[in-house]
Design a protein around this ligand. Sequence first.
Ligand code: NAD
Length: 352
Amino acid sequence: MQSFNHESHGGRVVFGNGSLETLPEILDSLGIARALLITTPEQAELGHRIDRVLGKRSAGVLAKAVMHVPVEVAREAVRAMRESGADACIAAGGGSTIGLAKAIALEADLPIVALPTTYAGSEMTPLYGLTEAGVKKTGKDWGVLPRCVVYDPQLTLTLPVKLSVTSGINAIAHAVEGLYAHDGSPVYSLMAEEGIRALASALPRLYASPSDVEARGDALYGAWLCGTVLGNVQMGVHHKICHTLGGTFNLPHAEVHTVVLPYALGYNAAHAAYALERTERAIGATDAIAGLRGLIDSLDAPRSLREIGMPRDGIDRAADLIVEKAYPNPRPIERHAIRALLERAYEGADPL
Ligand code: NAD
């Protein structure tokens, strides 16, 4: 057994179909009097549904969340929060919505209750991002970790299949990187393996039948585990590549993760035997990289950076940015190898 240092931070997690209806008791248990409800414009109706569940304890719906948390939107939300007199915010949505709630929590020092409706995992992390003048800055503050996360699989039934699939692979990527993280622990490895297993089993079922609530529940359970791993151990080259490509070329978050995952694992393969073995066991394959690629293909998900809008002449700039600063990764970060990885991922070629 290797030495390890395990640390856990966590709020309460309530999981189950219909758990949205228990929000009033959850607010009671947290000592919250009134909450401002945050959604995207597309999910405003969900905000109004929560507003009806909370009655007088709702301070209204702010349906203003957008991708990457522009600083102007965050300032407006903080203002709305102060004017409403609410003592908490409820974020119902994916990473963009929870990201806006984190920006409010950071500024106004108020608790968040999150109802995740994708598999991205932001609800389980202390990581936040804010975009100013086109540049996204990220930070870490345990104060923005939601005090309670309510996972209601019913709320994911409306998530379009295409986004369900890529969001699920996004979650698997957190767990795969968690398996080779330098600061991992046996507990996070258990969570990672179980999270990958749950998602690899659920995604083909929900792809075949998007209204399969059992499959939706299994996927959300996997997302919780993978998000917990993301929030507690340091990510490596996969997340660095995705963050760089997403930010520089404005590529869709979950799709970038889906395309890059087999290539990033291929990059680290000779240095991550344990992660490969655990991933193989979780997905029931004899080869982790081919197995993940097969899963992605079977779900009709994108397999090349070209098809999701990356410009070919951006490869060199991306390689420069990815190697610019040091970060932990099992294999040293070498520019020529990163460039070759990007070239193969651009074409959708063999990950190795
Ligand atoms: P998203 O939150 O941007 O949602 C994408 C779209 O899907 C939105 O229009 C949203 O309203 C809609 N949607 C979400 N759930 C739905 C549902 N159940 N039914 C119908 N429509 C639904 O997508 P995402 O992938 O969850 O989040 C991506 C963002 O989150 C990125 O900016 C990423 O950087 C950030 N993120 C942050 C962390 C973190 O730890 N801070 C973790 C993961 C992602």
